[in-house]
Design a protein around this ligand. Structure first.
Ligand code: UT7
Length: 345
């Protein structure tokens, strides 16, 4: 009797309809305007040689008026939906990772409207350059929990609006763009194999896009702080040290937790911040250069967009194939960082 009641309790704890996620499509978009290293050298005291050797970047894309996060995110989402071959009305959830929304109240609902995704709920999520990874993981929880079936996760940023174009230590790094993935709930597999997320606000001052805190008066002695932002402030060396230390640690821990080795990884997809960071993390994890996806030579650091942008490029170039194992990590302001192990498809 005791054994039967134990078994009953055990069975009640198991969810036989365990839902996983699968990846159905990818898309991306970058603005037309190209800002080369040579051009930046006409603006600040730098050179193509310096930028190329210290970062790997040759050029970046800059949004012009109208090509904002809503527009870029919409175009990236649309191409992901086309690849997934989904009827837009079947999309339940749209999550936009961005630090630079066109509207501070959120740009995701505008993307929803542009798409005509009338049955979806849409919201923004901000975690700087870790934003896409955090959004992917958040979305997957909704799908795995059974609340929604089809979702679009977008990473889009327009940091050119917030860069100090007179600060050669930071302006050389950033560019604008968007990427998106189409993700579906399924009970046949779980292709988000595992993940981890971290933040450390104690080190947040290394990279900020802070409010100006300009004091103004409404009337008499009632003051308010007007809503404007200072340009990006960055301690490049500290961010660099943080990335090359924490990214291998979080990925190694994830491999161990999910019982994977770095040999089993087909692609290492890191936030595209600096080629030296990509190489250093690859060395630490013993993942060879040919398995490390990189497109920062063309686009620089597009913040929340880098990961889906480089994934989409690799899918369309037939590099990432069905069932390939992708180890990915995002890192940046917050400080925030995270990792995920994914099977494509
Ligand atoms: O999403 C995360 C975003 N942020 C990052 O990923 C930033 C990570 N950090 C980096 O990528 C690198 O720290 C940078 C690329 C930003 C800088 O490279 P570095 O090798 O760390 O350079 P540094 O800051 O140590 O500067 C070395 C020298 C300095 O001159 P002195 O003091 O040695 O005479 C700088 O003033 O290079 C100078 N410098 C430049 N020279 C030419 C700094 N920026 C430039 C520049 N052109 N653009």
């Amino acid at each position: 009797m005791t054994n039967i009641s134990n078994l009953k309790t055990l069975l009640e704890g198991i969810n036989f309809n365990q839902i996983g996620v699968s990846f159905k499509g990818s898309g991306s978009y970058v603005p037309d305007q190209i800002l080369t290293n040579q051009k930046i050298s006409q603006k600040v005291n730098t050179s193509n040689e310096w930028i190329k050797s210290r970062t790997g970047i040759s050029e970046r894309r800059i949004s012009s008026l109208g090509d904002d996060v809503t527009e870029m995110g919409y175009k990236a989402a649309l191409t992901a939906i086309e690849m997934a071959n989904w009827d837009i009305k079947t999309i339940d959830l749209i999550v936009l990772a961005t630090s630079t929304p066109h509207d501070l109240f959120g740009s995701a609902p505008s993307i929803q409207a542009k798409l005509g995704a009338a049955n979806a709920v849409a919201f923004d999520l901000t975690a700087a350059c870790s934003g896409f990874l955090f959004a992917l993981i958040t979305t997957s929880q909704f799908l795995k929990g059974g609340s929604f079936k089809r979702a679009i996760v977008i990473g889009a940023d327009q940091l050119s609006s917030f860069v100090d174009w007179n600060d050669r230590r930071s302006c050389i790094l950033f560019g604008d763009g968007a990427g998106a993935l189409a993700i579906e709930a399924t009970n046949e597999c779980d292709n988000l194999i595992g993940f981890d997320m971290r933040t450390d606000g104690e080190r947040g001052s290394f990279l900020n896009l802070p409010s100006k805190n300009n004091k103004d008066s409404i009337i008499d002695n009632i003051n308010f702080s007007s809503g404007a932002f200072s340009p990006i402030q960055m301690n490049g060396q500290e961010v660099y040290k943080f990335a090359v230390r924490e990214v291998p640690i979080i990925l190694e821990k994830l491999f161990k937790k999910m019982n994977y080795t770095s040999d089993e990884v087909d692609w290492l997809v890191l936030h595209q911040a600096n080629q030296r960071i990509l190489d250093s993390v690859g060395d630490r994890l013993k993942i060879p250069g040919e398995k490390i996806l990189s497109n920062l030579e063309k686009y620089g650091n597009t913040s929340a967009a880098t990961i889906p942008l480089v994934i989409d490029e690799a899918i369309r170039n037939n590099r990432i194939k069905q069932n390939d194992i992708i180890a990915t990590s995002g890192f940046g302001a917050g400080l925030s960082w995270g990792a995920a192990l994914i099977k494509w498809g």
